[in-house]
Design a protein around this ligand. Structure first.
Ligand SMILES: Nc1nc2c(c(=O)[nH]1)N[C@H]1C(S)=C(S)[C@@H](COP(=O)(O)O)O[C@H]1N2
Ligand SMILES: [Mo]
Length: 320
């Protein structure tokens, strides 16, 4: 996990596999079946340079978040083989195929704009900002499918407070990494890259807005937005931007990829709302992956208690 190329690391040949499988499964694959966490840690401490060894043990002792739903999570297989990540193709099966060799280390996230303390964070720094939580969220795509995912991360507001937004900061703009050489499928995507998204500052500071570094007890698979993404559970899935490299606090509402593509279909707010139809389909129902029958879609995707007050007095049809 977050294993870096380093002169001390002589296991170069096994690194891709360990990244792909995740540390726990990797240990199992090496025949260390039933190894306790402590024994596993010992082995990695010997095999890896100190900083990588530290990162490799981050996902033990996760805090169970009070924000978690009690609904049954989908399987990791479902969640990692039915994706939207247009940089790696537009078919739901494409990202799992084409993102496998995506280079997610080393990685830095630049935080800039209307902040007193702009800075770049390495992934190791991000992982140390706050205790990692497991948060089981519902996730509802604008295309009417939904999933339940045990994400790992912490509230985005932890990072935001650290950089001290100025009084001028009213919005936050987010940007995905883009490299056409690693993302050759992107040219068929039909949207502009790099992928950009945005939130109003109060939305970004809402504790539900998750800075996400993993899922199912492990690193994010590349197709799910490794190594770090946003997860905004009360909004349509496209607001949950993947593989973040830039975060900018600013005075003006930032442009967003899908709004640029088609403003009537994809608004800036994009709150899950069963009463506001997409111009081409009703949003009243959704299908949970793995289920046959549809279920009703719930206002704010079921998170109204925590988020509805942010939109008091707003016409949610106009500001869809
Ligand atoms: N950079 C980037 N982020 C993205 C997308 C994308 O194409 N590119 N797709 C979005 C959409 S439409 C959805 S539904 C979610 C899907 O997340 P998942 O594949 O982890 O379920 O990612 C969102 N984030
Ligand atoms: Mo989506």
């Amino acid at each position: 996990m977050l294993i870096r190329k380093s002169p001390e690391l002589t296991y170069a040949d096994i690194t891709p596999k360990s990244l792909y499988l995740g540390r726990r499964k990797f240990l199992q694959a090496m025949g260390i079946v039933g190894a306790t966490a402590v024994a596993g840690k010992g082995l990695f401490d010997l095999a890896l340079p100190p900083q990588a060894a530290l990162a490799a043990t981050q996902f033990t002792g996760l805090i169970k978040s009070p924000f978690s739903t009690t609904e049954k999570p989908n399987t990791l297989n479902d969640v990692s083989h039915y994706n939207n990540y247009y940089e790696f193709g537009t078919d739901k099966a494409d990202p799992a195929k084409y993102a496998q060799n995506f280079k997610t280390a080393p990685w830095t996230v630049s935080v800039e704009g209307e902040v007193a303390k702009p800075r770049k964070f390495t992934m190791d720094e991000i992982l140390k900002l706050a205790p990692l939580e497991e948060r089981i969220y519902r996730h509802r795509c604008v295309e009417r499918w939904s999933i339940v995912v045990p994400w790992i991360g912490f509230s985005f507001n932890v990072l935001a407070k650290l950089v001290e937004p100025t009084a001028k900061a009213k919005y936050v703009a987010f940007q995905t990494f883009y490299d056409p050489r690693q993302m050759p499928q992107a040219k068929y995507g039909g949207i502009d890259f790099p992928y950009v998204e945005g939130l109003r500052l109060d939305e970004a500071m809402n504790p539900l807005a998750l800075l996400c570094v993993g899922m199912y007890g492990d690193n994010l698979p590349p197709q799910d937005g490794a190594p770090v993404r946003m997860v905004i559970p009360w909004k349509y899935g496209y607001k949950s931007i993947k593989s973040l490299v830039k975060i900018r606090f600013q005075e003006k509402e930032p442009p967003t990829t899908w709004n640029r593509y088609s403003a009537e279909e994809y608004g800036f707010y994009s709150n899950v709302n069963p009463n506001v139809d997409h111009p081409r389909w009703s949003q009243a129902k959704e299908r949970r992956l793995g289920e046959i029958f549809t279920r009703p879609t719930v206002m704010f995707n079921g998170y109204a208690d925590q988020v509805a007050s942010m939109y008091n007095g707003m016409d949610l049809k106009k500001f869809h």
